[in-house]
Ligand binder design. Structure first.
Ligand SMILES: [Zn+2]
Ligand SMILES: [Zn+2]
Length: 334
């Protein structure tokens, strides 16, 4: 089989021939059909994740078909469609797991970091990482929903915003274009915040009722003119942009950070104290949350906008994602 691997931190993608792996007990082998490219794949590509071992195959937006079962696997069948997202398996024994908070497992395995992910024709995954994919979603549609979709869907549904509330989505990209759709389907009044006017029409088509161009205006002031935002979902990985939005929150409003970056967000205690505002980070969800995401998307017509590349062009596809110009999720097909 073919795999796109990285053999050292910062190394280039190499297309290599590998033996098709056999699943151990409690694992299945998936014939990968599609794998989304996520900005977090930079952690694998550049070696930013502590303890990552090489060579490594990235990819945590995997959609495919189960084609072999390891010993003891009874709840999944050969031929069944299944995917794997960021949540690559919990240990089941740490304090968070014992409390049922698998999303925050202290020893969480991450697909494409802890073990080889979906930039290959076959992969092996533990059953606790598997997501059942409904028939009406194609592989290339389902794949990006397993990280970008899940992250926006799950953070918004736990945000505390109620139908009719103003919810802003900062960034109209891989995460943001899905966040706008979910926010609209949840019944929020959606303000999309982008740089420049070129995405205004698209944002409105996706379900935003207001478009704010942060290049030409002070976005926080614009949000205050609308009464302040109950939630701001910050998807674009720019700490500077996130910092400027905090004053756009309504009393008791919350900035939810899902765009991953290493620079600090700047905020004063006074900004948070006045109006009891909060900043919260959010990381993906469990495989069951992913299934909720897929079912909700199936029900409401939320779909990712994608560009597809064959596996052999993984390097080009990754560069396209990194350029920030993809419309909007890049997906590898096998
Ligand atoms: Zn991701
Ligand atoms: Zn755990």
């Amino acid at each position: 089989m073919k795999a796109a691997q990285v053999s050292k931190p910062g190394g280039d993608f190499e297309i290599v021939e590998r033996e098709i792996p056999d699943p151990d007990a409690g694992h299945v082998r998936i014939k990968v059909q599609a794998c989304g490219i996520c900005h977090s794949d930079v952690l694998t590509k550049e070696g930013y994740w502590p303890g990552i071992q090489y060579p490594r195959v990235p990819g945590h937006e995997v959609a495919g078909i189960i084609d072999e079962l390891g010993a003891g696997v009874s709840e999944w069948k050969k031929g069944q469609r299944a995917g794997v997202g960021w949540h690559g398996g919990q240990d089941g024994t740490c304090l968070e797991c014992r409390r049922g908070d698998f999303r925050n497992c202290r020893n969480l395995k991450i697909c494409g970091i802890s073990y080889d992910g979906g930039y290959q024709q076959y992969m092996v995954a533990p059953v606790e990482a598997l997501v059942a994919i409904p028939e009406t979603l194609s592989d290339v549609e389902a794949a990006p929903l397993l990280c970008a979709g899940l992250t926006t869907f799950n953070s918004l549904r736990h945000s505390g915003a109620l139908p009719g509330d103003l919810v802003a989505v900062q960034g109209i990209g891989g995460l943001g274009h899905l966040g706008i759709q979910y926010a609209n389907k949840f019944g929020y009044k959606v303000a999309a915040i982008g740089r420049g006017s070129e995405n205004a029409a698209l944002a409105q088509k996706l379900g935003a009722s207001v478009y704010i161009d942060s290049n030409g205006t002070n976005a926080a002031e614009e949000l205050q003119k609308l009464g302040g935002s109950q939630v701001i979902l910050a998807t674009a990985p720019s700490s500077k942009a996130m910092s400027t939005l905090i004053d756009g929150l309504a009393p008791n409003g919350k900035l939810i950070v899902v765009g991953a970056t290493f620079d600090p967000i700047e905020v004063t205690p006074i900004q948070l104290i006045s109006g009891s505002r909060a900043i919260q980070g959010w990381s993906t969800g469990t495989p069951a949350d992913s299934e909720d995401t897929l079912h909700f998307s199936e029900l409401t017509g939320v779909r990712p906008l994608i560009e597809t590349y064959p596996l052999e062009k993984a390097a080009e596809a990754y560069a396209r994602m990194m350029s920030g110009k993809a419309q909007f999720r890049v997906v590898l097909t096998m």
